[in-house]
Design a protein around this ligand. Structure first.
Ligand SMILES: [Zn+2]
Length: 234
């Protein structure tokens, strides 16, 4: 809290506490780190795969992952798809590089072992595999998670309630570093940091509209759903 928080607030929490731009960004980044620690999302040497679909949540997650990777030994790998068999790292030595590109790449060209003839499909595969991410980060927020939980409950499919901040899907670990943030907080962070993103129209059904309506009178409803879920399954 600083003087600006009183005179120039940009956000008010549900407990009426107000924060200025600088304090909001600091709070947001600290909470991001807290979320990662609390749920043990990232280990040292992890390669985190991330597919940026250009919406505001992705823009924010991208910004935070970049800041995070600059600090430590974690690497962020851009991926083209989050499904298993299409999961191909699309950065540096990716499979998308043709043989010609591999040879013109300085690291490869310097390696005397690699000649035009030796680069077979298996070498190409090895290059790919080295950049396979160990985990996938997705930009789900408290809003999207609460929405999903409520849908599952209303439709009576409680056995499908397996959505936590860290999920194992088809032998792959999926992490949700924005799990504890509200959409409006994520959007504000994107705007304050002047991040580029596309505005997408998200289709909302009756249940989603009902939850959003409920939030007007009970601003904490989405966090309550998330924390109840964590108490039950976390
Ligand atoms: Zn402040």
């Amino acid at each position: 809290m600083c003087k600006q928080c009183q005179t120039n607030p940009v956000y008010e929490f549900t407990n009426k506490r107000k924060v200025c731009k600088t304090c909001f960004i600091r709070w947001f980044q600290k909470k991001f780190l807290y979320t990662i620690r609390k749920f043990g999302m990232i280990d040292r040497e992890d390669k985190i795969g991330f597919k940026n679909k250009r919406g505001f949540r992705d823009a924010v997650l991208n910004d935070l992952l970049r800041l995070y990777s600059e600090k430590g030994s974690v690497e962020i790998v851009k991926i083209r798809s989050t499904s298993s068999h299409l999961l191909i790292a699309s950065n540096r030595r990716s499979a998308r590089f043709s043989t010609k590109e591999l040879l013109s790449n300085k690291n490869y060209a310097d390696d005397k072992l690699i000649s035009k003839d030796i680069i077979s499909s298996s070498n190409n595969y090895r290059a790919k595999r080295d950049y396979f991410p160990t985990k996938i980060a997705v930009s789900s927020t408290a809003d999207t998670e609460a929405d999903e939980i409520i849908h599952i409950l209303i439709k009576g499919n409680a056995d499908k309630l397996k959505h936590g901040p860290v999920e194992k899907i088809e032998s792959r670990i999926v992490i949700k570093p924005l799990y504890l943030f509200l959409d409006k907080e994520v959007l504000l962070y994107a705007k304050l940091r002047k991040l580029k993103f596309k505005i997408k129209n998200e289709k909302k059904d009756k249940i989603s509209l009902f939850v959003n309506d409920l939030e007007k009178k009970h601003p904490e409803v989405k966090q309550s759903v998330i924390s109840s879920y964590l108490e039950l399954f976390g």
